[in-house]
Design a protein around this ligand. Structure first.
Ligand code: HEM
Length: 404
């Protein structure tokens, strides 16, 4: 394994494809075996830090000397589509304090445990609707397009307060944005979505309406928020909350079906549900990274120096399997009951939507396996088409043919 320093042997590539949805790529394990920090090479040839140790990951995610600002020159861009300005000028996730704190303070109440509990009946309605749809399809049916994608998409559209008649446009443009392999496609789809959200904010400034856009528009009228900020908040929620949850649903289904004894326990004991979802988020770590940052000052850590201007990738996939934190970390233990993972990130950028994501995953997985007790893969898991690393780091399957 090359412990590369720029100018000598090239460090291994990042990202690397998983060969199993719930296992870390062998290349990452090899890197982790060399120490908690190593080096990887991005598609554009740049070398950046790769953090795999749990303690180091948390320390760095909490370190104000690392910036999330994607417009800084040293920020590590992991796939071509993230070069697009629509992916670089992101509010919240791409902001540093103090601007970040102001946005977070505005949105936290809406995504608190209490507020999100009130959304549960809506999530249940959405899940039943798409289970009805799935059941109406000829078999084998594609669980990704019939259930895993539309459920979070519809939930986000309800959360934002979009018009149901716009759902087809919204789902299509979101899919094109998230699956774009080029900067141009990403920019095009992002522009269409921003234009749509801009028109919606303008409309809601004139007449009140439901959802988060309905709450943000009056803030714009009061001068608390600019129109552009309101549009960008809606866009970032959509980007962050849609694909991640859809992929976790699809990969959780594969993982549970591949472990029949765990699935039987999951079905038999409803009390296992919250812990099971947490364990799936830990093991699947669908975002692969708990964060991508650029150093704004030199940082000494574990005998290494991260220099100002260098990129830092923090691996949730590997750090979530640190055996000093999780006993037998590769084993799925639905009763592990540990929230000590960084599948939702850590520090000031820790996932805003995690309470909502938990509810979506709990309702979607429990109802799917209740309503379709005979659910099974129509193709071996090994032959499924897994998402290519060229689109970014979010893990997923393109299709999931199932029977029941
Ligand atoms: C299983 C589903 C999900 C996973 C695995 C996930 C994962 C993550 C991770 C790892 C981060 C940290 C990124 C960083 O520090 O750079 C993050 C941040 C974020 N997530 Fe999620 N997420 C999920 C669902 C959602 C949902 C449903 C929403 C929206 C309602 C959402 C909205 C956000 C936002 C806005 C941020 C940025 C927060 C900030 O910068 O302060 N996520 N998420």
């Amino acid at each position: 394994m090359s412990q590369a320093v720029s100018g000598t042997t090239q460090a291994p590539a990042f990202p690397q494809a998983r060969t199993c949805p719930y296992e870390a790529p062998a290349g990452y394990r090899e890197l982790a075996a060399t120490g908690p920090l190593s080096r990887v090479t991005l598609f554009d040839g740049r070398e950046v830090w790769f953090v795999t140790g749990y303690a180091e990951a948390r320390a760095l995610l909490a370190d104000p000397r690392l910036s999330s600002d994607r417009t800084r020159p040293g920020y590590p861009i992991v796939a071509p589509r993230f070069r697009a300005s629509v992916a670089r000028k992101l509010v919240l996730i791409g902001m540093d304090p103090p601007a970040h704190n102001a946005h977070r303070r505005l949105l936290n109440p809406y995504f608190s445990l209490r507020s999100v509990r009130e959304l549960r009946p809506m999530v249940e309605r959405v899940v039943e609707r798409y289970l009805d749809h799935l059941e109406s399809l000829p078999q084998p049916a594609d669980l990704v397009s019939a259930f895993a994608i539309p459920v979070p998409s519809m939930v986000m559209s309800e959360v934002l307060g979009l018009d149901e008649r716009d759902l087809d446009f919204f789902q299509d443009a979101s899919r094109r944005l998230l699956h774009a392999t080029t900067e141009q496609d990403s920019q095009q789809a992002g522009g269409e979505l921003s234009g749509y959200l801009d028109r919606l904010v303008t409309l809601r400034r004139k007449e009140s309406g439901p959802g988060l856009v309905g709450l943000l528009a009056p803030e714009v009228e009061r001068g608390e928020l600019t129109q552009v900020e309101a549009v960008q908040i809606a866009l970032v929620l959509l980007i962050a909350g849609h694909d991640t949850t859809a992929s976790t649903i699809a990969l959780s289904v594969i993982t549970l079906l591949q472990h029949p004894e765990k699935l039987a326990a999951f079905r038999a004991d409803p009390d296992l549900l919250p812990g099971a979802v947490e364990e799936l988020v830990r093991l699947l770590a669908v975002t692969d990274l708990a964060g991508a940052r650029v150093a704004v000052a030199d940082i000494e850590i574990e005998g290494r120096t991260i220099r100002a201007g260098e990129g830092v990738l923090i691996s949730a996939t590997v750090a979530n399997r640190d055996e000093t934190v999780h006993e037998n970390p590769d084993e799925i233990r639905l009763d592990r009951n540990s929230r000590n993972h960084i599948g939702f990130g850590y520090g000031i950028h820790q996932c805003l939507g995690q309470n909502l994501a938990r509810i979506e995953l709990q309702v979607a997985l429990s109802r799917l396996f209740q309503r379709l007790p005979g659910l099974r893969l129509a193709e071996p898991a090994e032959s499924l088409s897994y998402r290519a690393p060229g689109t970014g780091t979010v893990q997923g399957v393109n299709h999931l043919p199932v029977r029941w």
